[in-house]
Design a protein around this ligand. Structure first.
Ligand SMILES: NC(=O)c1ccc[n+]([C@@H]2O[C@H](COP(=O)([O-])OP(=O)(O)OC[C@H]3O[C@@H](n4cnc5c(N)ncnc54)[C@H](O)[C@@H]3O)[C@@H](O)[C@H]2O)c1
Length: 356
């Protein structure tokens, strides 16, 4: 396991950051996707070249479809055919797809080369780039193959968000709201859908602090604490799977946060008043909360049985206040009675939530 990384805040690609990159290697593969390449990569390539860093740009089609073992193989073949050895490094510049894939390539190329991660999406900055997890998707599910490989350097610069489409900002917000509901109530109470740059700076900074502190305590997901980050994801992942991954992750997590808050309330951990606040928040949010009519209780339950926290059935992270999880003796998750789970799923699919 590599030691923990250094996180640089904006402005990036100035002297300090590049000189740190140069210490790691003078030859980089810049892995990016087609959208980020058009907007940002030429500028960054120029800055690196100015400092004498050699750059090979590899650009992939934007989107989740690039996050496969085949794409990984193609990237590796391209690197091998250019004769790149263990002295080279990889710079992953993009959203979570690129940082996950780039991390996996760096972890295994030559048995591990230096990795620099520069997230350009909100989700990447607040979540995917922090924590050292990487991976690819398979026909059997998302992120099933990968490693823990913390980057040597992480560069966070919220000016990348100036070009990020609003719908991607909204999707990335779901994880920030999750931090608010579980660990830092101000991230929930002060959420502002106008996304001013000052607000983005604030939520990115606070989210990084939260995720980093949890990851440092439990770098390889061996203790219970990291499960807190899974709030909203038992239902969220099940929804994504039941929609054959056509439902955006942020949308699924947002619904998951609401339903798991509902469960927390039904099981008497969360007060009615707090639950109502959460319900009102999501009702006036830009999430659509549209679930396909083809998704039924059986599909949701089948997907939940494969959840990584499952132990003789699904287990849930629950909250006892806005900004506070129920510790469950350090397990941070619990099984819930079948009757209550069925009720919550019904509420999601056919009840009040479904009529948002
Ligand atoms: N490793 C982890 O811990 C972790 C955590 C959460 C999510 N993830 C993974 O992250 C992925 C989702 O991340 P994502 O939402 O960033 O998806 P993404 O990488 O597909 O990016 C979303 C879209 O935004 C575009 N984009 C990114 N930055 C841009 C910018 N600055 N300007 C304009 N367009 C830009 C991309 O081209 C893409 O079309 C999933 O694969 C998920 O599994 C990983």
């Amino acid at each position: 396991m590599k030691k923990s990384n250094q996180i640089f805040a904006s402005p990036l690609f100035r002297e300090g950051f590049i000189s740190q990159m140069k210490k790691l290697s003078q030859s980089y593969v810049l892995l990016t996707d087609s959208s980020v390449q058009k907007l940002w990569s030429a500028r960054i390539e120029k800055e690196l070249s100015k400092e004498g860093i050699k750059v090979l740009v590899i650009s992939l089609p934007a989107g989740e479809k690039s996050k496969t073992r085949r794409t990984k193989e193609r990237i590796e073949d391209q690197m091998l055919s250019k004769g790149l050895g263990r002295e080279s490094a990889l710079l992953a510049l993009g959203g979570g797809v690129i940082t996950d894939l780039g991390g996996f390539v760096a972890a295994t190329y030559g048995r591990g080369i230096p990795l620099v991660v520069v997230p350009t999406s909100l989700l990447g900055m607040v979540d995917a780039a922090i924590g050292g997890k990487n991976g690819v998707n398979t026909a059997h599910g998302k992120n099933l193959i990968g490693t823990f490989y913390p980057p040597d350097l992480i560069g966070i610069d919220t000016s990348f968000l100036e070009t990020l489409p609003k719908k991607q900002l909204i999707q990335g917000s779901a994880e920030v709201i999750k931090y608010g509901l579980t660990l830092k109530k101000s991230l929930f109470h002060d959420f502002d859908w106008k996304f001013t740059s000052a607000f983005l700076d604030k939520i990115v900074k606070e989210s990084i602090t939260i995720k980093t502190s949890i990851v440092e305590e439990d770098p390889e997901e061996k203790k219970g604490l990291r499960r807190v980050l899974n709030f909203g994801h038992t239902i969220g992942h099940a929804l994504e799977s039941a929609h054959a991954y056509r439902m955006p992750h942020g949308e699924a997590v947002a619904i998951g946060c609401l339903v798991e808050s509902y469960l927390s309330y039904r099981l008497k951990y969360l007060s009615k008043e707090s639950f109502q606040k959460i319900e009102e928040f999501f009702a006036s949010s830009p999430f659509s909360f549209k679930i396909s009519p083809k998704v039924n209780e059986a599909k949701i339950k089948e997907a939940m049985a494969r959840d990584k926290k499952a132990k003789n059935g699904p287990r849930f992270v629950l909250i006892e206040e806005i900004g506070k999880v129920v510790p469950f003796k350090g397990e941070y998750c619990t099984a819930v009675p079948d009757k209550e789970l069925n009720h919550a799923i019904d509420w999601m699919l056919y009840g009040k939530m479904a009529r948002k």
